[in-house]
Design a protein around this ligand. Structure first.
Ligand SMILES: Cc1cc2nc3c(=O)[nH]c(=O)nc-3n(C[C@H](O)[C@H](O)[C@H](O)COP(=O)(O)OP(=O)(O)OC[C@H]3O[C@@H](n4cnc5c(N)ncnc54)[C@H](O)[C@@H]3O)c2cc1C
Length: 519
């Protein structure tokens, strides 16, 4: 036996599983296919949605909220486990790893007006800044790019994104980081503390099975195939959004330019399928619209579509959705189908930004008044219509109608600004009113970007028991096989409860799976 437990993947779910297994006394081997640690988690904002943790929140309230949203897409008992285990998971992380999570003040749930929803926040946490120098040689093995800010300091968290030079120098000197890399760093430090060091560039390609029990894996390495015999294997390999064949086979609609890790090719899904796993939630993903920024880098479109003075148009020159809705819900609008023209009606779409918006707020990380060069500039409504490829009269009518709605203070077409969430990334001076996101468009110039329906990650995969053990097609648990994170059928189904809606379940079920695998 090489280990008690082999964990595949070093994202949030894999690191939590490895630390929890080791903490429970197991000998753990942690394999990572990439050359760095952290997968998509390292690229992420690192926000973690943990319900029923903050004083004033409760298990019944969180369940009311999730049950109302799930509409049959999730297993009630998995939802209950998630909610009940959120606080113990946060406590365990604080007691047994160096990771510290802090509440992002006021961050509203993504559907805060639903029963049990929280308009004034209380469920979205972020990692405290982490001194990556504490990781020693592992500091250079974190995936993604250095980001030294907290969510609360960036524009979508209510900050400016600009912090004093002296403070930034201090953070740089100490290698202090925030966001997703801080989450990975804290979890990795937890693994190292429990004696688990990731083995990089080791891609699991086959499960070992003996008498119906999974008892290890074969990994591809630069030195050839390597076998790891163990009592249990945890699949924490992320989603399958980077495998076009799996995307075509399973997702409910197309996605383009997925912004997550290139290693999310569904390896865990394939491994589970080879041993007869039952699959769940396969059409679902954590949807998000993206734009292609400089050098065609796929960039989440979060803030700019919610700022006053912006709208989104489809190729027909019409608005089609509440632009300020949460990104996961917005995915459905990109999969709307035009049955007459037999094509996706709104994918790709156009983001239209008014000159006053650029001047007032600054967009895509640029200072107010300075539009990034990769945005296309057009001078007039006529040029805008030509760029979009729609009749000028339609585009003009759309803008005039929108401006009338703005003047009336309510988006009677799509309810933009009705939810408290809609204004979160908008104009903070008007937060809590529709004016935080409603703003008229002038005559030009305008700035344009193509907007694509995409996904932060897929969320379907092998179905599991309440502690993450993979179920076979006959409904029985497969001995020795566990799954967590985006590699498992999401315990929350199609629901993205609030900021951190994927990493919250990834940590909770990572810990549960790791602990159960160690038993
Ligand atoms: C830009 C961006 C921002 C985001 N921000 C947030 C946020 O703030 N909050 C939130 O909740 N969600 C966020 N998300 C989504 C979130 O990052 C993912 O849902 C989450 O990181 C998935 O975690 P995971 O552990 O399942 O997978 P990952 O973090 O992707 O980790 C999987 C790991 O498994 C490895 N692997 C794959 N195959 C194998 C194999 N065969 N053998 C060994 N290893 C393998 C991969 O290389 C990878 O390192 C964001 C996503 C993006 C792209």
């Amino acid at each position: 036996m090489d280990a008690d437990v082999v964990v595949l993947g070093t994202g949030a779910s894999g690191l939590a599983a490895a630390a929890a297994s080791a903490d429970a006394g197991a000998g753990v081997v942690l394999l990572e296919k990439g050359s760095t640690v952290g997968g998509t988690t390292a690229l992420s904002g690192g926000v973690v949605w943990l319900p029923a943790v903050t004083p004033g929140d409760s298990v019944p309230a969180a369940l009311r909220y999730l049950f109302a949203l799930a509409q049959g897409s999730a297993d009630d008992e998995l939802l209950r486990t998630f909610v009940e285990q959120a606080a113990p998971t946060r406590d365990w992380l604080h007691e047994r790893t160096p990771l510290r999570l802090r509440l992002v003040e006021r961050y509203p749930d993504y559907h805060p007006e639903h029963p049990g929803g929280r308009p004034d926040g209380g469920r979205s946490y972020e990692p405290e800044l982490f001194p990556t120098s504490d990781l020693g040689q592992w500091a250079d093995r974190l995936g993604g790019a250095v980001r030294r800010l907290r969510i609360g300091e960036i524009p979508s968290g209510g900050g400016s994104g600009v912090i004093p030079d002296e403070l930034m120098r201090e953070r740089t000197d100490r290698g202090v980081e925030g966001l997703g890399r801080a989450l990975v760093a804290g979890l990795l430090a937890g693994c190292l503390k429990h004696g688990v060091e990731p083995l990089l560039e080791q891609r699991a390609v086959r499960l070992l099975v003996d008498g119906g029990r999974v008892n290890g894996v074969v990994a591809q390495t630069s030195a050839g195939e390597r076998t790891f015999v163990a009592r249990s294997v945890v699949l924490a390999t992320g989603g399958f959004e980077r495998d076009p064949g799996l995307v075509r086979a399973f997702l409910r609609g197309p996605i383009s330019h997925p912004p997550g890790a290139s290693t999310s090719t569904g390896d865990g899904l394939r491994l589970a399928m080879t041993v007869g796993a039952s699959l769940g939630g396969m059409p679902n993903a954590w949807w998000v619209p993206v734009v292609l920024a400089a050098h065609d880098v796929s960039t989440l479109l979060l803030r700019e579509r919610t700022l006053p003075g912006t709208i989104m148009l489809n190729d027909s020159g019409r608005r089609f959705v509440n632009e300020a809705a949460n990104y996961n819900a917005l995915g459905a609008a990109f999969h709307a189908f035009d049955v007459t023209r037999f094509r996706y009606a709104n994918d790709p779409a156009w983001l239209v930004i008014d000159e006053a918006c650029v001047r007032t707020y600054g967009v895509f990380g640029h200072r107010p008044g300075d539009a990034p060069g990769w945005l296309r500039r057009v001078e007039s409504v006529a040029e805008l219509a030509a760029a979009v490829g729609a009749p000028e009269s339609t585009v003009r009518a759309t803008i005039e109608h929108w401006n009338r709605l703005v003047d009336a203070g309510a988006d009677a077409d799509f309810d933009r600004g009705q939810s408290r969430y809609d204004g979160w990334c908008g104009d903070q001076r008007h937060y809590g009113t529709p004016a935080a996101t409603l703003g008229s468009l002038g005559r030009g110039p305008f700035y344009l970007a193509r907007v694509y329906g995409s996904a932060l990650g897929t969320s379907g995969g092998p179905r599991t028991t309440l502690d993450g053990q993979v179920l076979a097609v006959d409904g029985r648990p497969i001995p020795g096989l566990f799954a967590a994170g985006n590699a498992m059928a999401a315990p929350t189904g199609m629901v993205y409860g609030g900021a951190g809606g994927t990493l919250g379940p990834a940590l909770v079920f990572g810990r549960l799976a790791g602990r159960a695998a160690a038993r």
